[in-house]
Design a protein around this ligand. Structure first.
Ligand code: CA
Length: 465
C-alpha cells in the first residue's frame, strides 16, 4: 500500500530507517524522531507522535513526498457532488472527480465483500470534508521537548481526572485487567492520552473523513482499506453510520482505533454482541485496548519502566543495550528510592533529554505501549500517567529548562555540520536515528562534552563555533 513507501522514509527514533510502523494507527504515526506541539489525539492524525523533539510526524517529515503528489483542486461552485441533499457549502467544495471516485470505489468495495445495499446506504451520508484535507496538509513548525510534552500530556488536571475516572470505572477496569492481564492503570492512562477519558472522541463522521482522505489520494490505498473495513463494521451492525464519529483522520472511539485495527483487535466486553467502542460506556473500548496490548505481548506484572538516578561521573559510553536492573545497579543506576530497581526483566536506559533530564529504565512493556503509538514520548506519557493515577508523585528529576525542541532545519544543520566535521550521520534528513546519535556521541567525546548523544540547541551552538 502507498503507506508503506511513505513510512519507509520515516525513521522512528532509534530505529532502522526501513522499519515499518506496525503500531495501532500507523498512518497516524509515521514514527518520527520528533513530536510536535501537543494536540489531543482525537484532533490529530497521529494522536501524538514523536520522541525527543516534536512534530505532527509525517507532515513535517515528508514535505518532498507531499509536494510531488498533486492534490485535487477544489473548484468553487462545482456542479459535482455526491450527496443528493448536499448543502451549498458542499457544492462549493466538493471537487470534480469525487463522484467518479465514489463510483469506482463502489466496485472495489463490493469486490472486497461489502454489499451494495450497505454501500449505498452509507454513501447517502458521506460528504467530502474540505476541513479534513486542510488538517491533513497542516505543517507543524513548533516543536516540543519530551519534558514539555509530558507537562501537558500528564498535567495535574489530567492526573486528577484520571484518578476520578479510575475510581468511577474501577469495576470495569479490574475485570478487564483480570481478563487480559494488562495493568488497569495503563489502560486508563491510554484512555486519558487518547481522548482525555472519552471527552475528545472526535466529532467527524468517520466514513466521510475516510472517503475524503481516500479520494485525496496521497495515501489513497491505505484509506480505502480503512473505509472498506468501516463499511463492513456498519454492515455487521456494531454501530450505526450516524454514531460512527471520530477524529478527522479516521481514529474511532474512546481509545482511537483505526478501522483495520478495530477489526483485528476490538472485543465485545459488555456481552451485547456488538463491539461498541463509540458508546458513552467505555467498557468495550477499554477492553479492546487491553486486548490489543495483550496481543502485542504485554507481560503481566511487569512495569513499563522506572525513573532512575544516575551516579555522578556516570559513563555515558555504557548506555547502549539492555541489562538486568541489578546489572544497571552495578553501574550506579538506581531507583529514585536509592535502591536497585527489581529485576522485572532486562531493561534499557532511556534519556529523553540527554544527560541533564530525567532518566528511565524501560522494560518490554514500554515497547508494547509503543505498539499503540510508536513514540518514546507517548509511551512515557502513558507510563507516567498510569503511575500518577496509581498514586505516585511527579518525576524526581527536572527537565533542563534551557532546552527546547529543534526545528527540522536545525536538526538538518546538526547533521550537516557533523558530517562536515567528519562524523557521518548517514545523510542529512532531519531525522535523529542511530547513526546521528552515534555521530553526536563521537563528536561530544572528542570535544570534551558529555557523550549522551542528545541533539540539543546547546550542541548546535557548539557545532557552529
Ligand atoms: Ca458490547
Amino acid at each position: 500500500m502507498a503507506l508503506v513507501s511513505i513510512l519507509a522514509l520515516l525513521s522512528p527514533e532509534g530505529r532502522a530507517a526501513d522499519r515499518l510502523d506496525h503500531s495501532l494507527r500507523p498512518v497516524a504515526r509515521p514514527g518520527t524522531a520528533q513530536l510536535s506541539r501537543f494536540v489531543p489525539a482525537a484532533e490529530t492524525a497521529a494522536g501524538i507522535a514523536g520522541a525527543t523533539l516534536a512534530v505532527l510526524g509525517r507532515n513535517s517529515a515528508e514535505p518532498a513526498a507531499r509536494a510531488a503528489i498533486p492534490r485535487p483542486r477544489l473548484r468553487p461552485a462545482s456542479a459535482v457532488h455526491v450527496a443528493q441533499d448536499a448543502g451549498a457549502a458542499d457544492l462549493d467544495v466538493t471537487p470534480d472527480g469525487f463522484v467518479a471516485w465514489t463510483r469506482a470505489f463502489r466496485g472495489r468495495a463490493l469486490a472486497a465483500g461489502v454489499s451494495g445495499r450497505t454501500f449505498d446506504r452509507v454513501f447517502q451520508e458521506v460528504r467530502y470534508l474540505p476541513e479534513v484535507v486542510r488538517l491533513d496538509g497542516r505543517q507543524s513548525e513548533f516543536t516540543k521537548t519530551t519534558g514539555q510534552y509530558l507537562e501537558s500530556a500528564v498535567s495535574d488536571t489530567r492526573v486528577a481526572k484520571g484518578s476520578e475516572k479510575a475510581r468511577e470505572y474501577d469495576g470495569t477496569l479490574s475485570a478487564i485487567q483480570s481478563a487480559y492481564g494488562v495493568d488497569k492503570r495503563v489502560v486508563a492512562a491510554i484512555w486519558g492520552m487518547e481522548t482525555n477519558f472519552g471527552g475528545h472522541r472526535g466529532n467527524t463522521h468517520t466514513p466521510s473523513a475516510l472517503a475524503t482522505l481516500a479520494f485525496d489520494g496521497r495515501r489513497g490505498a491505505f484509506f480505502e482499506a480503512q473505509l472498506i473495513e468501516v463499511l463492513k463494521i456498519l454492515e455487521r451492525g456494531d454501530t450505526t453510520s450516524e454514531n460512527m464519529k471520530g477524529s478527522w483522520a479516521g481514529a474511532m472511539g474512546h481509545t482511537q482505533f483505526m478501522p483495520t485495527s478495530y477489526q483485528s483487535y476490538a472485543v465485545d466486553f459488555t456481552g451485547d454482541g456488538r463491539r461498541d467502542i463509540w458508546s458513552d460506556n467505555p467498557a468495550d473500548a477499554l477492553a479492546s485496548t487491553a486486548a490489543y496490548l495483550n496481543r502485542m505481548g504485554w507481560v503481566s506484572g511487569m512495569p513499563w519502566g522506572r525513573e532512575v538516578l544516575l551516579p555522578s561521573g556516570f559513563d555515558f559510553g555504557s548506555v547502549a543495550g539492555e541489562r538486568m536492573p541489578s546489572d544497571w545497579a552495578r553501574l550506579g543506576v538506581r531507583g529514585t528510592d536509592g535502591k536497585a530497581v527489581p529485576d522485572f526483566g532486562s531493561a534499557r536506559l532511556l534519556l529523553p533529554a540527554g544527560a541533564k533530564g530525567a532518566a528511565f529504565l524501560v522494560f518490554k512493556n514500554f515497547d508494547v505501549i509503543k505498539r499503540y503509538n510508536n513514540s518514546d514520548a507517548y509511551a512515557l506519557g502513558v507510563g507516567h500517567l498510569a503511575d500518577r493515577i496509581g498514586g505516585a508523585g511527579p518525576l524526581r528529576t527536572a527537565w533542563p529548562q534551557e532546552d527546547r525542541g529543534l526545528k527540522r532545519e536545525e536538526r538538518e544543520e546538526i547533521q550537516a555540520r557533523l558530517t562536515h566535521a567528519g562524523y557521518s550521520t548517514g545523510g542529512v534528513d532531519g531525522r535523529i536515528g542511530p547513526n546521528t546519535v552515534s555521530a553526536i556521541r563521537s563528536y561530544q567525546r572528542s570535544s570534551g562534552l558529555t557523550p549522551d548523544g542528545y541533539p540539543s540547541i546547546a550542541l548546535l551552538k557548539h557545532l557552529r563555533r
